[in-house]
Design a protein around this ligand. Structure first.
Ligand SMILES: [Cu+2]
Length: 360
């Protein structure tokens, strides 16, 4: 009996190694596609239903450390970003594809960075294998083995929250190969997709209560961490800036179009709401193999996750899309606009009598 044991163990080992090799070879021989990322709120062109089998999808992101203006008053943030934007670009693949990301940290940067993909399995979501100092780059491949919208963020040892609240997060969307479906299995398609990244920011103030401006990241670090530890954000913004998605920067749609809104928050809870509209189908936790919820008024995005809401616009107008903690929206900045063109439907809503003096 005892003599058999090592043999069995060896056989098991051989089996698992062969399995490992087989899947690695599989990824190595799959077709490859190179995707050029685009800045949010836009998302790179992609198939909703996969037209072919799994492939290796290549992406490159370059880390940019830079000072960014985060409101209309000229307040600055010493930001750290994936590809220069807050949030970083949204990547789209299908379940069963392999994501192959090259992360570039130019030597003009000051900090080490990496990427932790919540969609990935093992090695701190890839953070351990992508840790790049200024002047280095690394390439990570992982299998997208579950569908959904997932946050990715920087997670360098000893300074994870600072890098995240300085701008380093984004979303990857892993679509089911057959596309999105309602709970009855009916196909759900979108005409447009927008990606919104919400950030809580912690800008230090000077003795006179004025926001401080720093020349370098390193200089901003001590004061910023002190503000962070109070857990009271100075700003809460969509896409890096108060007003990044309002007025002239509003998202657009037409009556009859179905829009997918991806909403991520890598650090803090939030609750998106579309004033005057709804979430027809909402994957609140963002995971497409769970049935979506119907007709939501407000949905909850847990800090460290990304959710997705699908809505077909029925009326024209300017819709506010905001965090329905209204103080966070109106006082701190967490709001955007969706400008919708089309014909008004009186059946859905009509002003029967305009405001006028109360009859005496
Ligand atoms: Cu970083």
């Amino acid at each position: 009996m005892n003599a058999l044991r090592p043999t069995l163990l060896a056989a098991a080992l051989m089996f698992s190694m062969a399995g490992g090799l087989a899947s690695a070879q599989n990824a190595d021989t799959l077709p490859r596609a190179k995707v050029t990322l685009v800045a949010p709120p836009m998302v790179h062109p992609h198939e909703q239903v996969a037209k072919s089998g799994p492939k290796v999808v290549e992406f490159t992101m370059t880390i940019e450390e830079k000072k960014m203006v985060i409101d209309g008053k000229g307040t600055t943030l010493q930001a750290m970003t994936f590809n220069g934007s807050m949030p970083g670009p949204t990547m789209v693949v299908h379940e069963g594809d392999y994501v192959e990301l090259t992360l570039v940290n130019p030597k003009t940067n000051a900090m080490p960075h990496n990427v932790d993909f919540h969609a990935a399995t093992g090695a701190l979501g890839g953070a351990k294998l992508t840790n790049v100092n200024p002047g280095e780059q690394a390439t990570l491949r992982f299998k997208a083995d579950r569908a959904g919208t997932f946050v990715y963020h920087c997670a360098p040892e000893g300074m994870v929250p600072w890098h995240v609240v300085a701008g380093m997060s984004g979303t990857i969307m892993v679509l089911p190969r057959e596309g999105l479906k309602d709970p009855q299995g009916k196909s759900l398609k979108y005409d447009r997709v927008y990606t919104i990244g919400e950030f809580d920011l912690y800008i230090p103030k000077d003795a006179n209560g004025k926001y401080k401006d720093y020349a370098t990241l390193a200089e901003s670090y001590g004061d910023t961490v002190e503000v962070m530890r109070k857990l009271t954000p100075s700003h809460i913004v969509f896409n890096g800036k108060v007003g990044a998605l309002t007025g002239e920067n509003a998202l657009t749609a037409k009556v009859g179009e179905t829009v997918l809104l991806i909403h991520s928050q890598a650090n803090r809870d939030t609750r998106p709401h579309l004033i005057g509209g709804h979430g027809d189908w909402v994957w609140e936790t963002g995971k497409f193999n769970n049935p979506p919820e119907k007709d939501l008024e407000t949905w909850f995005i847990r800090g460290g996750s990304a959710g997705a809401a699908l809505y077909t616009f029925k009326q024209p107008g300017v819709y506010a899309y905001l965090n329905h903690n209204l103080i966070e929206a109106f006082e701190l900045g967490a709001a955007g606009h969706i400008k919708v063109e089309g014909k008004w439907n009186d059946d859905l809503m009509k002003q029967i009598k305009a405001p006028s003096p109360i009859p005496q």
